[in-house]
Design a protein around this ligand. Sequence first.
Ligand code: ZN
Ligand code: ZN
Length: 380
Amino acid sequence: MNADLEELTAFRRDLHTHPEVSGEEYATATRVLDRLRPLRPDGLLEELGGTGILATFGSDGTGPQVLLRCELDALPIREVNTFGHRSIYDGVSHKCGHDGHMAMLTGVAMKLAADRPRNGRVHLLYQPAEENGAGARSVLDDPRMSERHFDLVLALHNLPGYPLGSVVVREGAFTASVNSMVIVLEGKTSHAAEPEHGLNPAAAVAELLQGALALDNNVPEDPAMRVVTPVHVDLGSIDYGISAGRAEVHLTLRCWHDQELEQLEQETEDLARKLARDHGLDVRVRRTHTFKANQNDPAAAGLVRETAQATGHQLVERDHPFKWGEDFGLFTARYTGCMFGLGSGERQPALHNPDYDFPDALIPHGVELLHTAARRFLDA
Ligand SMILES: [Zn+2]
Ligand SMILES: [Zn+2]
C-alpha cells in the first residue's frame, strides 16, 4: 500500500472513531481542516452553512468550475462493532460511510495539490447535516456559496450489495423525492373511566394509519411508486387514570419525482383534515426532512460512465432510482450534475445497520473516479 493510501485509511478510521451527528460536526471539520491546510488549497472557506468546508484547487476562475461533494455527519445509531476504530461515543456512529467519503475527497485533494488544475478549478465540498436534509440547504444559502457558479456538480455514495468498486449510474432521477409529515391531533383529556367526557383521538389515529397506508404503492418498478412509512406514533401518556387527549403521527412519504410527492402529501393532509373534522379534533400538519429527487443530467451521467470505463470499473445501469432521500438533490436542482453509486461489496451490511463499516478497500476507487471525472471535465 502506498503512503497516501495508508494515510487516508488512518484518516478514515480516525473519523470513524470520532463521529458527530448532523449539525454538530465541529471536531470532524477540524480534523478535515488539519488534513487540508498542509495541502495549501488555492481557496479555503470554513463554517459554510454551519460546519461546512469548501477547498478550491486551481486559480483560474474563468474556466470550468467543478464541485465534488462529500458529507461530514454520522448517525444517532449505537455501533455494535468491536474493532479497534469503533466509535468511542455511545449511540453515535458512522453508519452511512461518510467517513469513507471524506477520506476519498481528501485523497482527491492530495492529487490536486500535487498537480494543480491550470484550466478551471475543482472545489471540494465537505457538507454538514446530510442525514437530516438540512445541510445542502444551509450550504447553498450561505452568501459565500450563492455568489458562485458551478458548471458540474458530482457526488458519490457507497452502496452495499453491489460488487466492490462497481459504478452504479442512471440518467434522470437517482434518488427519491422524500418528505416527512407530522400530524398532530388535539382532543381533550378526561378520566380514563369516563372517556365520554373528553375527546380521545385514538380512533382517528387508527383510521389515519390505515388510510395513509392505503395510499402506499411500494413497487419500485412502477413509475407511480409511492412509499408511505409510519415512523412514530405518540398517543396520550402512560397514566392509567387518563384518557388520551392528544396524538402525533409521523410518516415519511416518498415518490420518484417532486411533483408526484406533492400530490401524495396533499392526499395525506386531506385525509388527516377530514378525519379530524369527522372526530371533532383540532389538527396541525407539519412537513420536515425534505429531500428533493436527485436529477442526473444525461451528459453528466455520460461523463461518469466514460470515467468508469476509462479507469477499468464495472458499470451497472440502474433501471429505477433508489428509494432513499439524498439532499444532493438540491445541488442537481440548481446545477448540472450527477450522483452515482460506488459498490462497497455484496456481503456488506446495509447502510444505517448497526454493524456497518465503510470498507477501506474502496478508498482508492473513489479517489480515482472523482479525480478522473473532474480532470476530464476540465480538459474537455
Ligand atoms: Zn445515511
Ligand atoms: Zn449517506
